[in-house]
Design a protein around this ligand. Structure first.
Ligand SMILES: NC(=O)c1ccc[n+]([C@@H]2O[C@H](COP(=O)([O-])OP(=O)(O)OC[C@H]3O[C@@H](n4cnc5c(N)ncnc54)[C@H](O)[C@@H]3O)[C@@H](O)[C@H]2O)c1
Length: 368
């Protein structure tokens, strides 16, 4: 290996352990990290056209120089490609280009690219290998880790999917230099979530990062990514199939999903919706779990300071309809993640929907 000393985090799972390498500019040495997976089979780089021009072509050139046989599969951008139609389109394109059961797929892009590529890898030839190479902040700290893959149907997001773990995850924070600001905010939502539910030092780092005008070349962002990945890995290792503990990662997501779904996934990004969902969850935690007021108010003001987006007016009836459509409803009980105290999440299933709606309304009005 070249001496660039990436942060190496091993995800330890029973049969599917894999490494995550994190280092700014690791892409320049990528072949060194990938060569152990190369056994002369065909590789495919699945990436949106825009990302291909930014980073993909250079990766292909680099790997080709080192004798990899790798073909780009250029895909469209946007959540719409997480669908049965695009799943079929790109699966066909792969097979027509010689993909077989020994092939390796690389997902180079945001969470959409990773979820779709992972799902194709989980099902094509009953499962082939793939590598996650996330380029958005959200994908770096969240969607590329944990093996959840999937696509959407009209009835809901991610309703078709599979657990299929990648062979490796490579994270190069250099890619963030071209990420649109809204997407940065989206990733920060998830990063702050890890700080709130598990590791308060992430919040301290964020405060420093903010004081540096959120400079995406600062060491704070690299450190926040590393610490966030460690939190996610720790939780995934303890509950790989999301049966219990892993649900705490849904902190802020219940109301976040309502906002996303109500606005047809067009208006607000996932992480931004989660930011607002977390504000509601913290307000609820103050009322229901006696969460320390000073701590709660400090976090709420940090969260409010990041996203200024206005929230939609939703009627009580519509709010409840979306609430009970959520995947976190089990046996008609709504599992809601709250905080007992700093970094101590709990799952509550007896919260009255009126309280949630009331807090949503008052938060929504506070932004007008
Ligand atoms: N599998 C999981 O565990 C998991 C977890 C969370 C979210 N998700 C899924 O992730 C998806 C959201 O991911 P996302 O927020 O990354 O969205 P995305 O993949 O749509 O990326 C957002 C936008 O940023 C662009 N982009 C990405 N990296 C860039 C870069 N470096 N420079 C310039 N532009 C760049 C993309 O092309 C896209 O236009 C959703 O579908 C969600 O369901 C999955």
């Amino acid at each position: 290996m070249p001496n660039i000393n990436p942060q190496a985090i091993q995800v330890k799972l029973l049969n599917n352990s894999y490494p995550i390498w994190i280092k700014r500019n690791i892409t320049q040495h990528i072949y060194k990290y990938l060569e152990k997976f190369y056994i002369g089979q065909k590789w495919f780089l699945i990436t949106p056209t825009s990302i291909y021009h930014l980073y993909g072509k250079e990766i292909i050139d680099n790997l080709t120089q080192h004798h990899f046989e790798i073909i780009p599969i250029l895909i469209e951008d946007g959540e719409k490609i997480k669908s049965i139609a695009y799943f079929e389109k790109y699966s066909k394109e792969l097979v027509q280009n010689g993909c077989n059961r020994d092939s390796m797929l690389i997902a180079l892009g945001g969470g959409v690219t990773g979820d779709l590529t992972g799902f194709i890898a989980s099902s094509l030839f009953r499962g082939i290998d793939y590598i996650q190479f996330p380029t958005s902040l959200l994908a770096m700290v969240d969607s590329s880790i944990g093996g959840k893959t999937g696509i959407n149907i009209g009835e809901g997001k991610n309703l078709i999917g599979a657990f299929h773990h990648p062979k490796a995850v490579i994270i190069d924070p250099y890619f963030l230099s071209s990420l649109p600001e809204r997407e940065v905010i989206s990733g920060l939502g998830e990063i702050l979530k890890y700080g709130i539910i598990n590791n308060n030092s992430i919040i301290d780092l964020f405060i420093k990062f903010k004081s540096k005008q959120m400079d995406l070349t600062s060491s704070e962002i690299d450190k926040m990514i590393i610490r966030s990945v460690k939190v996610k890995v720790e939780i995934v290792e303890k509950d790989v199939n999301e049966s219990n503990l892993r649900r705490i990662l849904n902190f802020g997501h219940t109301v976040g999903h309502i906002i996303e779904a109500f606005t047809n996934y067009q208006y607000i990004s996932h992480g931004e919706a989660v930011l607002h969902g977390m504000i509601i969850a913290i307000e609820l935690s103050k009322q229901i779990c006696n969460l320390n007021e000073d701590y709660a108010n400090k976090i709420i003001s940090i969260l409010k300071d990041i996203s200024f987006i206005k929230l939609p007016e939703i009627s009580k009836q519509e709010f409840n309809n979306f609430l009970f459509r959520d995947k976190k409803v089990q046996k008609n009980k709504l599992n809601f993640i709250l905080l007992n105290k700093q970094c101590s999440p709990i799952i509550k299933n007896d919260i009255k929907t009126e309280i949630i709606y009331k807090i949503y309304k008052s938060h929504q009005r506070s932004l007008i």
